[in-house]
Design a binder for this molecule. Structure first.
Ligand SMILES: C[S@@+](CC[C@H](N)C(=O)[O-])C[C@H]1O[C@@H](n2cnc3c(N)ncnc32)[C@H](O)[C@@H]1O
Length: 312
């Protein structure tokens, strides 16, 4: 792939999803786009670039984002976060809180929000509370897997045996049978497409805990700061943000208090703002179009659009 073509793809990746492809990654990009190009019968990256930029429907951009995003995840990844969420949830329950809203902000194929759902169901211990977990990602491909909630046996290796037995049903009888996540776990999830690079989001908050793990690593400083600002707005005072252990956010978390490495809290004394006040500070390409933000329902791709669509 020539340099100019690579730079144009880089620009699109950044504008569309905040992903900053670093210099010298032409071969990686070619490999990622290969499957999509083959599906279209296109051999030359320049021809694919023309196809992408001339598609007014926006559908090819969805395929492009699907192709370039890294979706690695697994159940109970970075388990400390789930233990922390369980303890915070139990404490808030004890204090009489009845309504809980969590957000898995780059949920990939669902392992993260389903791990959280199982953790919270266990902590509820049969109590009835108003609990929802918003699960969002930019990639339609992984969101479809998240909605299916079907996983090969090998993917369940990090799920503790009692949870595996309680919350998964085998599909078939053989040793290689896949497993489907139980309806009670699934029902806790609200699954939507959302681009983290384009805050403010059509959400009202307040949220109790946000998992935003292993995604900001692909963003540049500007995009990370905008996202952190927005997540701070959406959290309740005392609410927590979990980021990936490998993510370096040094110097960007001034609005949060660090509780532990990769766990941050919004200070108790701070107000949870009802409206996204930072909207006017951000460049135009990151604004939500008024008509979009005010539409009453999610669109056909399940894109989170309406203000207050979550929490419901
Ligand atoms: C490496 S996975 C992390 C999954 C999970 N959070 C975890 O830690 O296991 C990164 C996810 O971020 C998603 N992603 C990348 N850019 C995004 C964006 N601009 N908005 C929303 N999701 C994005 C990718 O599609 C991918 O599913």
């Amino acid at each position: 792939m020539d340099r100019s073509t690579f730079n144009q793809f880089r620009r699109i990746a950044y504008d569309r999803c905040g992903i900053a492809l670093s210099e010298g990654k032409e071969a990686l990009l070619c490999a990622r786009l290969g499957k999509r190009m083959r599906a279209l019968g296109i051999r030359d990256p320049r021809a694919y670039l023309r196809h992408l930029t001339s598609d007014r429907s926006g559908q090819e951009a969805v395929h492009f984002v699907d192709a370039i995003s890294t979706n690695v995840t697994h159940f109970f990844r970075e388990p400390e976060h789930f233990r922390f969420a369980r303890d915070a949830f139990a404490k808030w329950l004890n204090e009489g809180q009845q309504r809980f809203r969590f957000w898995s902000a780059a949920c990939s194929s669902g392992e993260e929000p389903y791990s959280l759902a199982m953790t919270l169901l266990e902590a509820m211990n049969g109590q009835t509370v108003d609990l929802k977990i918003l699960a969002t990602d930019i990639s339609t491909r992984v969101l479809a897997q998240c909605r299916d909630g079907v996983y090969e046996k090998g993917k369940l290796k990090d799920v503790p045996a009692p949870l595996r037995e309680r919350y998964f049903q085998p599909l078939g009888k053989g040793p290689e049978a896949a497993f489907r996540v139980d309806g009670a776990v699934k029902d806790l999830l609200v699954i939507k497409r959302l681009n983290l690079a384009t805050p403010p989001f059509a959400m009202r908050g307040p949220l109790d805990i946000i998992f935003c793990r292993n995604v900001m690593i692909y963003f540049d400083t500007e995009a990370r700061k905008r996202l952190l600002d927005e997540m701070h707005r959406l959290l309740k005072p005392g609410g927590c943000l979990m980021v990936g252990h490998a993510e370096s956010l040094a110097g960007m978390m001034s609005d949060f208090k660090a509780l532990k490495p990769s766990i941050y809290v919004k200070q108790e004394g701070e107000r949870s703002l009802a409206e996204p006040t930072a909207r006017r500070r951000w460049p135009p390409c990151h604004r939500v179009v008024r008509g979009e933000a005010e539409s009453a329902t999610a669109n056909s791709q399940g894109v989170l659009q309406s203000p207050g669509a979550f929490p419901g």
